[in-house]
Design a protein around this ligand. Structure first.
Ligand code: ATP
Ligand code: MG
Length: 327
């Protein structure tokens, strides 16, 4: 089995708002192995982006790691050490965002921005950096690359821009690529192309991927394993096929039910009643209890442990003890 690349261990992240602390990530523990493609799914506000920002060392000023640690390729970040992380994580992790415009400099040609990335992080000359950028642009399926190299960001379509972002992220050969909703802003055809490209890049470069989406249908296309988050907690973690065929947590089951499919064509699409509670309204008990059709007594008072079944399928739900259904 491949080595562990990223290990997050009992991580708590909290926001300080008006002098009070509000936990946003709770007891977060998971691993990504070398070359593995792991998805994180959950509705808006579940903590997906905070998870990726924690790994990148890019948490907002008002947030901090209050407990636990993150290890990446053997280097460890723990509470209070945020400054150091930027240098230690080096070019091991790269990230692509939902909106490439926020990550690109509008005043610099895109090709040059890719070359700058190589120039900053690798021991290469300006000429070599440009050559690398052109090669990377070709690899991510862009054509007319010489001309495109000098083009400014606003001249590119959403799909081209996202390809550019992937080229920029991969030029320094990171061990881990974090993609936070990279296709949400794109139309379906372009989305499918970008997903195929990410899979292909993972295969050819061996870069592991942490792929974040609110859409289980998209995760299914790209990932081998999926982590389901709800209100800052991991509620389920298993191979994608397992989750699709045998969802254990009622929240995962609800996400699946809300997924459009050919069989459901023509039917009104199911939506999960209620909403993810905001940070200020999160109490004890199971985070999903308030919306769960199967909640019973202790669900409202005791937070279930994240239990690992015999098959490695993890679930945080009082209905399961040691992987067996008991309720
Ligand atoms: N700068 C901030 N100040 C206060 N609260 C924040 C801030 N950023 C995020 N939060 C809160 O932290 C929680 C997790 O946010 P996060 O952005 O990780 O959600 P997400 O799962 O990425 O959602 P989305 O699907 O909308 O991107 C949410 O309740 C959000 O309101
Ligand atoms: Mg987000």
């Amino acid at each position: 089995m491949a080595n562990t690349l990223l290990a997050i261990d009992e991580l708590d992240v909290a926001f300080t708002i008006g002098g009070k602390q509000y936990p946003a990530l709770r007891q977060l523990s998971f691993e990504v192995r070398e070359k593995e493609r792991v998805g994180i799914v959950g509705e808006s506000g579940c903590g997906k982006s905070l998870t990726s920002l924690s790994v990148m060392g890019l948490l907002p000023e008002s947030a901090a790691i209050t407990r636990g640690q993150i290890s990446l390729a053997g280097k460890t970040l723990s509470a209070g050490l945020r400054e150091e992380w930027h240098s230690t994580r080096g070019r091991q992790v790269a990230m692509i965002f939902q909106d490439p415009m926020t990550a690109l400099n509008p005043l610099m040609p895109v090709g040059k921005q890719i070359a700058e990335m190589a120039l900053t992080h690798l021991a290469v000359t300006r000429k070599e950096a440009k050559q690398m950028a052109l090669e990377m642009m070709a690899k991510v399926g862009l054509s007319r690359i010489e001309q495109l190299y000098g083009e400014y960001p606003h001249r590119l379509s959403g799909g081209m821009m996202q390809r550019m972002m992937i080229a920029m992220a991969l030029i320094c050969q990171p061990k881990l690529l974090i993609a936070d909703e990279p296709t949400t802003a794109l139309d379906v055809t372009i989305q499918a192309q970008i997903l195929a490209l990410l899979r292909e890049m993972n295969r050819s470069t061996g870069t592991a991927m942490l792929f974040i989406s609110h859409d289980l249908g998209v995760i299914r296309e790209v990932c081998e394993r999926v982590i389901v988050m709800y209100a800052g907690f991991i509620v389920e973690d298993a191979p994608v096929q397992d989750i699709l065929e045998n969802p254990k947590h009622p929240y995962t089951a609800a996400l699946l039910q809300a997924l459009p499919s050919v069989e459901k064509r023509g039917q009104a699409l199911y939506t999960i009643p209620g909403r993810v509670p905001p940070l200020t309204e999160r109490g004890g008990g199971c985070p999903f209890a308030g919306r769960c059709p199967r909640a019973f007594g202790i669900c409202h008072t005791i937070t279930p442990e994240l239990d690992t079944g015999m098959d490695g399928h993890r679930v945080r739900c009082h209905l399961y003890v040691e992987g067996r259904l008991c309720g």
